[in-house]
Design a binder for this molecule. Structure first.
Ligand code: NIG
Ligand code: FE
Length: 435
């Protein structure tokens, strides 16, 4: 059914409505890049169910400053002008122009995928197959995608990106970040960020993904390019700057130079950190006030402490560990220390070619021992925090009406029924997404 955004819509008879509504209606980092207003409304007036096991309190994995999962049973929600206008108990729902009967199914905020590499040419199925036969994952594999990306036309890159963006949407992702990083020349990076900006405001300039072959003998010259002409060409289309800070990619001094130059050009920092081994990435991210340190697979106590005592989100990408047979990050250690944890796909042709947040939630629950509530929170509000967005990831009054209906009675089914397409319907800014 199509829905006109000018018409109010009541979704009622919701078995479980996950609101993740902020405790006081207040968000620390308000502001949407598309000009959306920060959320200020109070949570719905319905019966808070909290963890679904203890009743009463809504906090699950309740961490200082990181908010908490919250849900309402027997619920309803009203959308007006693309925003959440009301949530609460179905019995006290106000009237609306149109109504949808959820028939006891669960409704959640749309997923926020805060880490994806979607502008690329070619594919690396054979590399994946070789890895499953015993070869290790190495950062150098990125170069084969660089060659394919440079060889692709704008329209080929655009078509691949749009296909992946559609996959994300129909798996429940209503906000996603998209990185460049497979062009690695000024024109190829510039067209990558420009094409990404056609589909999302969360565009990340990742010129510092790896050193391309033509700079093998002059890596410093490549860093200068990334901090100079390439940045100048990309910054107008991007919101974020990122660096792959890892052995085989960029060291701490090079990464610091790129982040500093990006910040000076008006971009906000985020970092690929501690994916393939221990290293300085997480500390560097925190020192530069990065919104997020991504991967966080190999952390020492100082890294965990730095994340826990900063606003830098620890973004975990369990699809990568699944697809590379590496150890999973220690989510429980991060949660226990009080770090804010997000889950994202890292959808890319090399280390992890899934576009499915439900799959990543299932991995987070099964492999990283997150509760179902923690995993859903990390895939919604956690991702929003990693993008410094207050308007998405939750269904508090005033939030953008980005929501999904599951063909299931509760959020737990996302992990309980792994691999099953459970997303029955998606609304983005109050508009029903067409299949
Ligand atoms: O996040 N770590 C660096 N970049 C990607 C991998 C990209 C690739 O292998 O093509 C990642 O895992
Ligand atoms: Fe990545």
């Amino acid at each position: 059914m199509w829905h006109d955004a000018q018409v109010s819509l009541l979704i009622t008879n919701i078995g479980e409505l996950v609101t993740n509504a902020p405790p006081d209606g207040g968000w620390p980092d308000a502001g949407a890049p598309d000009g959306g207003s920060p959320d200020g409304g109070a949570p719905g007036s319905g019966r808070a169910r909290g963890s679904g096991t203890s009743g009463g309190g809504a906090a699950v994995g309740g961490l200082a400053g990181s908010g908490a999962f919250a849900s309402v049973t027997d619920a309803a929600l009203v959308i007006e002008a693309g925003r959440v206008a009301w949530t609460g108990n179905a019995a006290s729902a106000p009237a609306a122009d149109e109504a949808v009967d959820a028939a006891g199914r669960a409704v959640l905020p749309g997923f926020v995928d805060s880490h994806a590499h979607l502008v690329f040419g070619g594919e690396r199925g054979a590399e994946f197959a070789a890895r499953m036969a015993g070869l290790p994952y190495q950062a150098g594999g990125i170069r084969s995608t660089v060659a394919a990306t440079r060889a692709a036309t704008d329209d080929q890159l655009r078509a691949n990106l749009r296909k992946l963006a559609a996959e994300l949407l129909f798996q429940g992702t209503t906000t996603f970040e998209c990185k460049s990083g497979y062009g690695l020349t000024v024109p190829d990076e510039a067209r990558s960020v420009a094409i990404a900006a056609e589909v999302t405001p969360e565009v990340t300039y990742l010129g510092a993904h790896v050193v391309p072959p033509e700079f093998d003998r002059d890596p410093g010259g490549y860093v200068d390019l990334v901090c100079g002409a390439m940045l100048d060409a990309c910054a107008p289309h991007a919101r974020w700057v990122d660096v792959f800070c890892e052995r085989g990619a960029f060291g701490p001094d090079e990464a610091a130079a790129v982040l500093t130059a990006g910040i000076a050009a008006g971009l906000q920092p985020r970092l690929h950190a501690n994916q393939l081994g221990p290293g300085p990435g997480v500390q560097l991210a925190v020192q530069h006030g990065a919104a997020s340190a991504d991967h966080c697979t190999y952390l020492d106590d100082a890294d965990v402490g730095a994340l826990a005592s900063s606003a830098t989100v620890a973004t975990l990408l369990p699809g990568v560990e699944f697809s590379t047979r590496q150890p999973y990050p220690d989510a429980r250690r991060l949660l226990g220390a009080g770090a804010t944890v997000a889950i994202a796909t890292d959808c890319n042709p090399g280390s992890c070619f899934t576009s499915s947040m439900p799959f990543c939630i299932a991995l987070a629950v099964r492999e990283m021992r997150m509760t179902t509530q923690e995993a859903v929170w990390a895939a919604t509000v956690g991702g929003a925090r990693a993008l410094r967005r207050a308007d998405v990831g939750h269904l508090g009054v005033g939030a953008r009406a980005d929501l999904i209906m599951l063909d299931a009675p509760s959020h737990a089914y996302l992990a309980y029924r792994p691999g099953v397409p459970l997303i029955a319907a998606v609304w983005r800014a109050g508009e029903r997404a067409a299949r």
